[in-house]
Each structure stands twice: as C-alpha cells, then as structure tokens.
Design a protein around this ligand. Structure first.
Ligand code: ZN
Ligand code: CA
Ligand code: ZN
Length: 495
C-alpha cells in the first residue's frame, strides 16, 4: 500500500478517509438487509445510505457509526438531487433512486470547504503504464483503448502521454477487484466502475478499473474507452460536472465516441494546462528533456509569452474568480491561483473563446459565484469559468448615456456594493437591490483620500480594496479611509 501524501487533491483524500470509516460498515449492513429479505423501501434506504456515504460524504464521524438521522440524511439527499438537477425533495423518490442505481465513477461529487481547488501536473509529458490487465479483451486492445482515451485529453491540451513499462509511471493503470491496496475497495459488478487519483506523486494519477465489470469495446457491458476517458480527466485534475454533456458527469451513459469532450471540458482542461497551440509551461523534470528532445525544438514552444515582470506593466482589469485572481492586459490573461505558486497565462480567448481583447474592468460577487467583464459599453457575465450568453449593455446598471466605457470595477462584500470607476468619477451599485445608489456619481478623490487620479483596475481581497494605478497597486483601507501601502502592480504575479 502506497502512502498518502498531503500533495494529493482533497477529493482523493476524502475517498480514502471516507472509505476507511464508512464503507466496511455499510457493506456489512447491506449484506444483513439482503439476507433478511426486507422490502424494497429498506433496500432503497440502504442503497441511498451507501451511495451518500461514498459520493456525498454522509456520516464520516469518527465513531465509525453511521448517522442516518435527520436532518443530515435528508440534507445529503438534497445535495445529491441538486447536483443531478432533480426535484429537491430530500426524499428517496423514484427518480433519485434510479440515479443511485446507475453505474458510475467512484470519485465523490462533493468536496469539503477545505478543498484547495484542482491540482495539475507541472510538466507536459506524462508517463503511463498498464500493470494488471483485464481478461475481458486482448491486452493489445486494452493498450489501444487506454492510449486513445488519454489522447482525448492530449489532443485538446499541450499534454503528451508516453507509454512506459515501469511501475512508477505518473499514471498507473490497473484492473483490480474488491480490496486492491488503496483502502478503497471495489464493490463487485455494477455500482462503482472505476476511480482515479488527481495529479501528484505516488498514487497520484493512478487509475483503477473494477474487473468485476464486463469491459467491452462496444455497447454491451461497460465500454472501456468511455470510462477510461472520464477517469483520465480526474487523473489530470478535473472534478465532476453536473452537466450531462460533460465527459466529467459522474454516471455512466452512452456517448458519441468521436466527440467526447464538451466545451466545458475543454475550457476546464485549458484552465489547468493552456491550449494545444500555446505552451505556457516548461518541463519540470530534466530527465524528460533528454528523453523527448525533438519536442523541445518544435514550433509549439511558446514564442509570445508576455514579460509579466516588466517594471512598467499595468493591468486593464483585475478580478478574483473562485480561488484565483485574473489579470487582463490587452489580449492577454494571467491566472494566479491562491494556493499554487505558478501562474497560468495565454491569450484571453484561449480561456474564454467569446472574448478576444481589451477588457476595461472586471469584478466578481463571490457569494453569487458571478464574474462580470466589461468592454466598452458592453459586459459579459461568467458563471464558474464559462461566459454566459451574449454581452449586454452596461446601461442596464443605470449609467447615464454619456458613459461609454469604465476604467475599473470592484465588489466590496462587506457592504454588498459594487463600485464602478470612470475617469475622475465613481458609482456605487447595490447588488441585492440591483440598482445604483442615489447621489452618485461622486468624485473619487473626495471619497477615497489618496486616490487623486483615474484607476486602471481594482480588486477586493482580504478585506482591502486594491487599486491598480499604472504600474502601481495601492492597498486601500475602507474603515480608515486611507491608502495603507503601495507596491509594484506585478508583485501580484510574483515579480
Ligand atoms: Zn469521475
Ligand atoms: Ca463495481
Ligand atoms: Zn483503487
């Protein structure tokens, strides 16, 4: 049994923690119920308890006893119903039970608050190795399907997958049954089909298939190519999507095998690794350089990375988005994750295909998980990382007609207000009432002592508003009504 390291994604740690405490107990209970031939309601309850323990972190208390009491159980049912877009009743109605009976991936659908976001491989060449094969098909067929499933992701990213025959490949593929050494046993036919660990050392990236399933190349039994392509999404750092069109939807379903990735899958992959044509990342393992030198000289190597440490660099717009901060400049975007040292970067349209350049202002309302991007007299709304619908006119916010473009926008969570800056003026918008506050616009310099110029960009973080003014960033304390410190704008990108 390989050891758990802290560098694993939390989703994986949850799988292990959860199983050590919950699964054996629930398995014993399931056996008891079946043995007594109880009615279908009891079976549904057992099924649901087991399902919610596995995928919705039900009852992971240290006593090892399962908690079936309200309201936890009903709350978990509601979580599950919300995820799958069912009627949120909190009870085991037929639609809910039907999904619980559908074969699926073993990775949970929910993560705890402590989740630090997706991890990714910090290299572009990733090795894989197939250890134990299934006897359901010829080994050469397994080789082919596994290679093809990896290439689903490889063809949409700068990642290259290299077959290895070692036991220490980044992604170890194994067909196993029941207990198989990772404290997360499989469950016999149906139920859990496979699971995979997010990027990391040791067991990170490893992908296990339940060999109690009937693995096939077609549509009878379980299609290996489909399940493998889904699992490799986890091995690359992606989590479950509640959109049935996404390959990362957790339950097994038939799909068009020629076009497995949805737009969302590609966007999420590109958020982690950039796109195929741009390669923002360098090798982190010298050993791979010598092994794969021709690639190093190929035209795919980035030729137009921006110099983020140029002392004169200023930003057009800055906003948080989840646990990341986005920095816009001309047609370029840097994405800095709070918990990761490195920065993703590339042309804006690589991350947001509908948007090409020159974002004037951006802000996010974390409690609504909404980000707005402004360009000229239009703005786009993003939910998650996806641009929703067509751009709308900024006058919807209540600006007078003369306002043609904004300089900056920032949402202050403590007041629920969004501040918009244009030249020497600012407006205050009430997000809850969805209207501009009276007596605005006002002069920036009157209400923000120390700011006597127009603002390039602004973002609210850690209780302060940070105003980007040319190549400088000023940290502003609303309570004290003063600038408390100044720094180089690109210090935020580690310069
Ligand atoms: Zn999955
Ligand atoms: Ca199974
Ligand atoms: Zn496993």
């Amino acid at each position: 049994m390989r050891c758990v390291t802290l560098s694993w994604p939390v989703a994986v740690v949850l799988v292990l923690t959860h199983t050590c405490r919950g699964a054996p107990a629930s398995r014993a209970a399931a056996g008891t119920v079946t043995g007594l031939h109880r009615g279908p309601i009891q079976n549904d309850l057992t099924l649901a308890a087991e399902y919610l323990e596995r995928y919705y972190t039900l009852g992971r208390e240290r006593t090892g006893r399962r908690r079936r009491s309200e309201p936890t159980f009903a709350a978990k049912v509601r979580d599950m119903q919300t995820f799958f877009g069912l009627n949120v009743t909190g009870s085991l109605d037929p639609a809910t039970v039907e999904i619980m009976r559908t074969p699926r991936c073993g990775v949970p659908d929910v993560q705890e608050y402590s989740d630090q976001g997706s991890k990714r491989w910090t290299k572009s060449v990733i090795s894989y190795s197939i250890g134990r094969y299934t006897s359901d098909m010829a080994p050469s067929t397994v080789d082919h399907l596994i290679g093809s499933a990896l290439n689903v992701w490889g063809s949409a990213s700068p990642l290259t997958f290299v077959r290895s025959f070692s036991h220490n490949a980044d992604i170890m593929v194994d067909f196993v049954t029941r207990e198989h050494g990772d404290s997360y046993p499989f469950d016999g036919p149906q139920g859990t089909l496979a699971h995979a660990y997010g990027p990391g050392t040791g067991i990170g990236g490893d992908t296990h298939f339940d060999d109690d399933e009937v693995w096939t190349t077609g549509s009878n039994g379980i299609n290996l190519y489909l399940v493998a392509a889904h699992e490799f999404g986890h091995a690359l750092g992606l989590s479950h999507s509640n959109n049935p069109e996404s390959l990362m939807y957790p339950t097994y379903m038939k799909r068009n095998q020629h076009n497995l990735l949805s737009r969302e899958d590609i966007l999420n992959l590109n958020m982690l690794y950039g796109t195929r044509s741009v390669l923002p990342y360098h090798f982190s393992r010298p050993s791979w350089n010598s092994f794969y030198k021709p690639w190093h000289l190929s035209p795919r190597f980035p030729l137009f990375l921006q110099d983020k440490c140029n002392p004169n660099l200023s930003f057009d717009a800055v906003t948080t988005m989840g646990e990341s901060t986005l920095f816009f400049k001309d047609n370029y975007l840097w994405i800095k994750h709070d918990q990761q040292c490195d920065t993703k970067e590339g042309p804006i349209k690589n991350f947001m295909p509908k948007i090409d350049s020159d974002i004037d202002a951006a802000y996010s309302v974390p409690k609504k998980s909404v980000v707005c991007l402004f360009k000229g007299h239009k703005f786009w709304t993003l939910r998650g990382s996806q641009v929703r619908g067509k751009p709308k006119p900024i006058h919807k916010f209540g600006f007078p007609k003369q306002v043609e473009r904004l300089d900056a926008a920032v949402h202050v969570d403590s007041t629920g207000r969004t501040l918009f800056f244009a030249e020497h003026l600012y407006w205050s918008y009430d997000e809850d009432r969805r209207m501009m506050e009276e007596l605005h616009p006002r002069n920036i310099s009157e209400d923000f002592p120390g700011l006597n110029t127009s603002v390039s960009a602004a973002v609210h973080r850690d209780g302060f508003t940070h105003f980007f003014i040319g190549p400088l960033v000023l940290k502003y304390d609303h309570k004290r009504k003063q600038v408390v410190s100044a720094d180089k704008a690109n210090s935020w990108l580690g310069c």
